[in-house]
Design a protein around this ligand. Structure first.
Ligand SMILES: NC(=O)c1ccc[n+]([C@@H]2O[C@H](COP(=O)([O-])OP(=O)(O)OC[C@H]3O[C@@H](n4cnc5c(N)ncnc54)[C@H](O)[C@@H]3O)[C@@H](O)[C@H]2O)c1
Ligand SMILES: [Zn+2]
Ligand SMILES: [Zn+2]
Length: 348
């Protein structure tokens, strides 16, 4: 089969590799019908996630059809259409039993496209299938469903729930990429008073407005001041970091009000400064997190009910074999206007 293989920092290509096979009774092999690219894949290519070995197939989001299932798999069968979650879970370890699947100690967690071969391929082996794939109803499209493999549960769990967004809150979302836009969308489920989006790209700020941001600020133009002006000088109730660089994290800690929450989502490759000389007196809560995808069944239910606006996030579609081109478009988002790019198998 063909797959996107990492060769080293900044280097990957769409190569011929062996087809994946079942290794364990709990595995399935899924034929990939739709797959997308995450900001985290760009971090991997930048060298921010050094544990990804050269030779690994990237990708951790997909929709496809089960083509083979191990003897121990109970919940899906060959022929079933499934969502492949970015997080796999053994279901038995201490953390899985608390629904903290991202931290799974039994060979799950974020493994796809990280520690084992991922989904940017024609086929993918998914371990612990019973806890790691979700059967899809026919009313849900591939393009919508693939957004629930990672970005929607991430934005909702690590941004909105960790940030404790409540009705009336002023919420600042720093970074208006797909994750930031999904954070704006899911924050609005809680009726915040005002959502302020910050980015460096005018195209992404325009997208933030379309997704429901009430105000936008360019990161280079003192967004902390805008937040102060809009909140009578107190600051934001919740600041959600959705970039993964020191400046964006530090901006969140500067814009949050006393007693507020900073919810970090971004994957960081460099240390950020924690200004305790300012923060110690502010009663601020800072959370970090890898997504657990424990909210995925709920989000799938909302999607099926037409209650989750997802489609406008997909700006570009490609064939699977246009993987390198799709990476080019996604990584040049400021110029291409790309939000989420989806690659589909011919005939899917
Ligand atoms: N914690 C998790 O479980 C988890 C899961 C998925 C993704 N992520 C991370 O979430 C982050 C966002 O993902 P994405 O797919 O939206 O990425 P993306 O690269 O598409 O978007 C990042 C956005 O941040 C903007 N930006 C860059 N520097 C900025 C700055 N200094 N101030 C304001 N905005 C700035 C960019 O213009 C871009 O629009 C990434 O770091 C990704 O790795 C984390
Ligand atoms: Zn991701
Ligand atoms: Zn586990």
């Amino acid at each position: 089969m063909r797959a996107l293989v990492l060769h080293g920092p900044g280097e990957s290509s769409w190569d011929e590799v062996p087809d994946p096979a079942l290794k364990d009774g709990g595995d399935v092999v899924v034929r990939v019908d739709a797959v997308t690219i995450c900001g985290t894949d760009l971090h991997i290519l930048k060298g921010d996630v050094p544990e990804v070995d050269p030779g690994t197939v990237l990708g951790h989001e997909a929709v496809g059809e089960v083509v083979e299932a191990g003897d121990d798999v109970r919940s899906v069968r060959p022929g079933d259409r499934v969502l492949v979650s970015c997080i796999t879970a053994c279901g038995r370890c201490r953390f899985c039993r608390e629904a903290r699947y991202g931290q799974c100690l039994g060979g799950g967690g974020w493994v796809l496209g990280h520690l084992i071969d991922g989904t940017q391929a024609e086929y993918v082996r998914v371990p612990h299938a019973d806890m790691s794939v979700h059967p899809l109803s026919s009313g849900v499209s591939n393009q919508d469903a693939v957004l629930l493999a990672d970005i929607f549960p991430t934005a909702y769990e690590v941004g909105v729930l960790n940030g404790r967004v409540r009705p009336g809150d002023t919420v600042v979302v720093v970074g208006a990429g797909p994750i930031g836009l999904a954070a704006i969308t899911t924050a609005r489920l809680f009726s915040p008073g005002r959502v302020i989006a910050v980015d460096l790209s005018p195209a992404r700020l325009e997208a933030a407005r379309q997704f429901g941001a009430d105000a936008v600020a360019n990161g280079s133009e003192d967004p902390a001041r805008l937040v102060r002006d809009l909140t009578d000088g107190t600051g934001a109730d919740v600041a959600i970091e959705a970039v993964g660089v020191p400046e964006s994290f530090e901006l969140c800690t500067r814009t949050v009000r006393a007693g507020g929450h900073v919810a970090n989502i971004g994957v960081h490759g460099k240390p950020a400064v924690l200004h305790l000389e300012d923060l110690w007196i502010k009663d601020v809560t800072i959370t970090t997190g890898l997504v657990d995808t424990s909210s995925t069944p709920m989000l799938l239910g909302m999607l099926a009910a037409g209650r989750l606006p997802t489609s406008s996030l997909v700006t570009h579609t490609f064939g699977l074999d246009q993987m390198e081109e799709a990476y080019g478009v996604f990584s040049a988002a400021a110029d291409s206007g790309a939000l989420k790019v989806v690659l589909e198998r011919a005939g899917a």
